[in-house]
Design a protein around this ligand. Structure first.
Ligand SMILES: [Zn+2]
Length: 121
């Protein structure tokens, strides 16, 4: 994956709170949901609110009722040529008895035209 240069479409930075890699244009970290102070004003906050383009929810429950099971949740992203560009293990764990995990996967998009470049110093 080729990283975009700062100020370009798709450029990234580290969230100062959770250290996740996020879009440079993000006003709110999608991971920890902290508001990020730099690079925006009240109008741009509204304009840069991401839209949920796609979302799926599911519940993981071991087959056979009360049997124990281990699980691994993996997200894989492919480009238009079906080449893998990202693979991330999001969570692993175990389910005992009738325990279950509910998961939600969402893809958010935002309008690049609404992106406010970082302040020049
Ligand atoms: Zn964060």
């Amino acid at each position: 994956m080729i990283a975009a240069r700062p100020g370009q479409l798709g450029s990234t930075r580290a969230c100062p709170h959770c250290k996740a890699t996020i879009l440079e244009s993000a006003v709110v970290c999608p991971g920890c949901r902290h508001h990020l102070r730099f690079g925006g004003n009240a109008d741009s906050l509204v304009a840069q609110t991401p839209q949920v383009a796609w979302q799926i929810e599911g519940t993981l429950q071991p087959e056979g009722g009360a049997r124990d099971a281990e699980y691994c949740i993996v997200i894989v992203v492919h480009d238009e040529k079906n080449q893998e560009i990202a693979r991330q293990v999001v969570n692993v764990g175990a389910l005992k008895g009738h325990q279950q995990r509910r998961f939600t996967l969402s893809v958010e998009t935002s309008d690049p035209a609404a992106t406010v470049p970082p302040r020049q110093r």
